[in-house]
Design a protein around this ligand. Structure first.
Ligand code: PRP
Length: 212
């Protein structure tokens, strides 16, 4: 049996994903050691390997087959647009992709004004404004703390993830439009899906059972 390799998005999602895998008997003791600097974790018995990667790199590892399976947010899947199969919603890390800004920006959205949109997600922003709303906008790519942009006059609105809404509230911003719901998904390399179909399908069935 060959190894099945999993790429997990670093952070909160990785911990929750591992807890879910444990419930279907896929465990990796090595990975629980929080002080470790190791990058790859192996369970020899089950013939599985896990590695942690920056979320935005997970779809890349999976498309090229360096990982058979990836666990990553729908936001990253949409933004990266890689060739892979999205096979399952894990129902964890639920949040929403939204257009946010001060209430005063609502009018600019309604009247399709030429506005500036700041986001960590330029592709999602572009798809939404150009293909769904048919509004011409200028998209400005940022790398974090995007809520700052409308506060300091860099942009009129932002496209960002809203989870609890507290970042918006504490900065006097609101959700103006909702783009789509988000959550963690399992993605599979297209060749692995054929070559390891039985193992992967069994894992998906087991996970679905646990989630129900
Ligand atoms: C995310 C997101 C929002 C915030 C939303 O940022 O970009 O800023 O969380 O969560 P809330 O609705 O519960 O307040 P993250 O913490 O990943 O940091 P970043 O903005 O620096 O990327």
């Amino acid at each position: 049996m060959r190894y099945l390799t999993f790429a997990l998005a670093k952070g909160r999602l990785a911990k929750k994903s591992l807890q879910l895998f444990e419930k279907v008997g896929i465990t990796c003791e090595e990975m629980k050691d929080e002080k470790t600097r190791k990058l790859i974790f192996v369970n020899e018995e089950l013939k599985v390997k896990f590695f942690l990667a920056k979320a935005s790199d997970v779809p890349t590892y999976v498309e090229y087959g360096a990982a058979d399976i990836g666990i990553v947010g729908k936001d990253t899947i949409l933004e990266e647009g890689r060739k892979l199969f999205e096979v399952m919603d894990l129902g964890i890390g639920k949040c929403r992709m939204c257009v946010c800004g001060p209430q005063s920006a609502q009018e600019l959205l309604q009247h399709h004004e030429m506005i500036r949109v700041a986001s960590k997600y330029p592709k999602i922003s572009k798809d939404y404004f150009y293909n769904i709303k048919h509004q011409t906008v200028e998209i400005i790519k940022l790398n974090g703390s995007v809520e700052l942009a409308p506060l300091v006059g860099l942009s009129e609105v932002i496209v960002d993830i809203v989870e609890t809404g507290s970042t918006l509230r504490e900065n006097g911003l609101d959700v103006l439009e909702e783009i789509c719901p988000l959550s963690a998904r399992m993605v599979v390399n297209q060749v692995s899906m054929k070559m390891e179909n039985e193992r992967i399908m069994k894992m998906i069935r087991d996970l679905k059972e646990v989630l129900e």
